[in-house]
Design a protein around this ligand. Structure first.
Ligand code: ZN
Length: 267
């Protein structure tokens, strides 16, 4: 319900409203993405785990009872959690609850990806529903993802963001990337992603560097109605905008969640 309250406050339903948000985007300075590599000052994992402390705001978020986080909606403050470079997380830090709650939050918001800062946690973590364009999507939770290679070839698509509700816009992304990350068990994984999956990875990893798709906008922000028309023309559903999640994946995520909070079922 909190999510809806915040959304009601900022949801843009008209072209005029979109122009207001576009102006807002211009006042928020773009953040340099750099190479996406981990900060050189990151300590070794064992030291990082021993020294790990949750900031008070994040601890209070984690202590709230319930399956969902509230999606952080973009403001125009430079100190907004969406605009910070998120912290590297130790591979062995237990984030089981965080992963489950982020997946639930993503699904309930009809998204196909969500990053730590979007739920108020300035952590380099994200939940991605890969292959969401197919009948076999699968959701993964990743820690400390880094893009280590990119194609020269690019692809233009219309993106939306759970943190910027009601609008979308055209963005150019690399059509292929190679990524390293740590999975839920802390194992190091290297994988490649193409097309829609590549766009999804880039959108979510941008969030971890304080970058929003509006920083990469080609042209103007559009109302979601305009975006839907453009997407239909391209036959695509880029992240993270409204998406019909296949029932099998929805059930899979809820099954995992219910193993953590037994008895929680929401239609
Ligand atoms: Zn987003």
């Amino acid at each position: 319900m909190e999510l809806m309250k915040r959304r009601d406050f900022l949801t843009i339903t008209s072209t005029a409203g979109a122009a207001v948000l576009a102006g807002c985007a211009m006042r928020c300075p773009p953040v340099q993405t750099g190479t996406g590599a981990a900060a050189p000052t990151d300590p070794p994992d064992s030291d990082a785990l021993a020294e790990w402390k949750w900031p008070d705001e994040e601890r209070s978020l984690l202590e709230v009872q319930g399956p969902d986080f509230e999606v952080v909606v973009r403001g125009c403050s430079d100190t907004d959690v969406l605009r910070l470079r998120a912290r590297t997380v130790p591979a062995r830090l237990d984030l089981t609850d965080v992963a489950a709650r982020m997946a639930r939050t993503m699904v309930d918001a009809s998204g196909v990806g969500i990053a730590g800062p979007q739920v108020g946690l300035s952590l380099r973590v994200a939940t991605l529903m890969l292959d969401y364009k197919t009948d076999k999507p699968h959701t993964i939770f990743v820690r400390n993802p880094v893009i280590i290679e990119r194609s020269d070839e690019t692809v233009d698509g219309y993106e939306g963001c759970l943190s910027i509700p009601g609008v979308g816009g055209k963005v150019r992304r690399n059509s292929w990337i190679k990524v390293t990350y740590e999975n839920e068990e802390g194992e190091k994984i290297t994988t490649e992603a193409h097309k829609h999956n590549a766009v999804l990875w880039q959108h979510e990893i941008d969030h971890l560097d304080g970058v929003l798709y509006v920083d990469r906008l080609l042209g103007e922000l559009m109302s979601m109605e305009e975006v839907r028309i453009k997407r239909k023309e391209l036959d695509e559903l880029p992240p993270e905008g409204s998406h019909i999640i296949p029932g099998s994946e929805r059930l899979s995520i809820r099954g995992r969640l219910n193993s953590i909070w037994p008895g929680i079922h929401r239609s």
